[in-house]
Design a protein around this ligand. Structure first.
Ligand code: SF4
Ligand code: FES
Length: 377
C-alpha cells in the first residue's frame, strides 16, 4: 500500500475506457436509468459536435484509452453516429455501440460495420415482450431489439446483451438466459440496478427481496455450468446484499472517463450528483490535463481523503472505500465509507432499505423523463 498524496502519476493509472454519453435523449424511459435525474437540463442539450468528439477520441487514445463506449441516452439519435464510429476507428479505439436498438435497422448496422464499429451491445429490459416494454416504458420496442440483435450477429458483430435486474424481473432470469442462448450472444451482462440517479429515486420499487437474490444466484450458477464455454456470462450481485462494496468504476480516476453530451468529463456516470464538484469540459481543456491535473479527477485518488474505517482498512486497496456517489446520496458526505460496507457506522441505512421489501406497500415506478426536474430523496 502506498499513499501518493492523491495524485495519479504511475502508468497503471492511465484510463483504459472512455464512456462517451453522446446524448441524453432517449427512446426508452427506464426507471433505473444511469443518466442524471436532471438529464433534460439545458446545459446537456449543447451536445459536442462531430469534430469535437473525434478530437476527444484521438486525445483519449494518446492518453492510453483502448475501449470506447458509444452510449447515451440512445446514441443512435445522433445523426452523425456513423461518422463517430469512423472517428473511433481512425483514432485506434475498440468501439462498442451501447444501444436500446429501438429501432436499429439492417442498413444502419451495415453502415456502422463499414465505418469500423467493433461491437454491439443491446439492452433488453426483460425476457418477455410485455414486461420488457413495460419496464422500458415504450410499447413495441421488444421485437425491434430482437431483430437488431439477430442482424448484428448475422453481420458478424460480437454481440453483448445487457439486462438490468430488479424486483420486477429477477424471477425471470432463466428466461433472459434462454433468450441470450437463442440469440447466440457472445456475452451477457446481468447487472443488478445501481441505486443512484433514477435508480435511487425508484429504489423502494426496484429493490429485490433476499429470496429473489438467493434464487437468482442458483439460476445463474446452473446457466454458467451449461453455457459458460459458449458465452461470456457476467452477473453483478446487488451491492446492497454484499458484505463489502465494489471498487466503483475500478476506483475514482483510475480506469475510466465518462463524458457527458456537452463535453463535461467525469470520473463516473453519477458524479454530477456530487454538488461541490465542477466538471472540466473538453471544450476548455485537453483530456490529458483533465486526467492528470484537474481537481475533480484527483479528488478521491490515493487514500488521504478517506475517513475511518476506510483509512486504516486492509481492503482500501481493493475497493477504494466503495462508491463516492452512493456514499453522498445515502449519508450526505461523499468522503464517507460507502454504507454498503458492513464496517460502515451507517451500514444500517442499507440494512433498512434491503430488509423485507415484500412487507412494504408496492410503490409505483416513476419513469425517467427529460423534463429537467432534479429529483432527490
Ligand atoms: Fe472498503 Fe472502507 Fe469497508 Fe474497508 S471500511 S471494506 S476500505 S469500504
Ligand atoms: Fe460515482 Fe460510484 S457512481 S463513484
Amino acid at each position: 500500500m502506498s499513499d501518493n498524496g492523491g495524485r495519479a502519476h504511475s502508468n497503471d493509472e492511465r484510463p483504459a475506457t472512455l464512456i462517451a454519453e453522446l446524448t441524453y435523449r432517449c427512446v426508452l424511459r427506464c426507471p433505473y436509468c444511469s443518466n442524471p435525474t436532471d438529464c433534460g437540463d439545458a446545459r446537456y442539450r449543447r451536445e459536442l459536435e462531430t469534430e469535437e468528439w473525434v478530437r476527444v477520441f484521438h486525445e483519449a487514445r494518446r492518453l492510453g484509452v483502448l475501449q470506447l463506449g458509444l452510449t447515451g441516452g440512445e446514441p443512435l439519435l445522433r445523426r452523425d453516429i456513423v461518422e463517430l464510429a469512423a472517428g473511433a476507428r481512425a483514432a485506434g479505439l475498440y468501439s462498442t455501440l451501447v444501444t436500446a436498438a429501438t429501432p436499429l435497422p439492417r442498413e444502419r448496422l451495415i453502415e456502422l460495420r463499414d465505418a469500423g464499429l467493433d461491437h454491439v451491445q443491446v439492452s433488453i429490459q426483460d425476457a418477455t415482450p410485455e414486461e420488457s416494454d413495460r419496464i422500458g416504458g415504450t410499447p413495441g420496442a421488444f421485437p425491434k431489439k430482437i431483430e437488431a440483435a439477430r442482424t448484428a450477429k448475422e453481420l458478424g458483430f460480437p454481440l453483448t446483451l445487457n439486462f438490468v435486474l430488479h424486483r420486477h424481473n429477477l424471477d425471470r432470469l432463466g428466461g433472459m438466459l434462454a433468450l441470450a442462448e437463442e440469440l447466440d450472444a457472445d456475452r451477457v451482462e446481468l447487472a443488478n440496478t445501481q441505486y443512484y440517479g433514477w435508480g435511487l429515486h425508484n429504489r423502494d420499487a426496484l429493490m429485490p427481496t433476499r429470496e429473489q437474490v438467493e434464487r437468482s444466484r442458483d439460476v445463474f450458477e446452473d446457466a454458467r455450468l451449461r453455457l459458460g464455454s459458449r458465452m461470456d456470462l457476467l452477473y453483478v450481485i446487488p451491492d446492497y446484499f454484499e458484505e463489502f462494496p465494489k471498487p466503483c468504476m475500478g476506483g475514482w480516476g483510475r480506469r475510466a472517463i465518462v463524458m457527458a453530451p456537452n463535453g463535461d468529463a467525469m470520473p463516473c456516470q453519477a458524479a454530477a450528483s456530487i454538488p461541490d464538484l465542477t466538471f472540466p469540459n473538453v471544450r476548455d481543456h485537453s483530456l490529458d490535463w483533465i486526467w492528470w491535473e484537474s481537481e475533480t479527477f484527483n479528488r478521491f485518488r490515493g487514500f488521504e481523503w478517506m475517513q475511518e474505517p476506510c483509512r486504516s482498512c486492509a481492503r482500501r486497496d481493493l475497493d477504494y472505500g466503495g462508491c463516492r456517489c452512493q456514499a453522498l446520496l445515502l449519508t450526505g458526505d461523499a468522503r464517507a465509507t460507502d454504507p454498503v460496507c458492513s464496517l460502515s457506522p451507517l451500514h444500517d441505512i442499507v440494512v433498512q432499505a434491503r430488509e423485507n421489501p415484500e412487507l412494504r406497500p408496492l410503490v409505483p415506478l416513476e419513469y425517467r423523463s427529460m423534463k429537467g426536474t432534479a429529483l432527490s430523496r
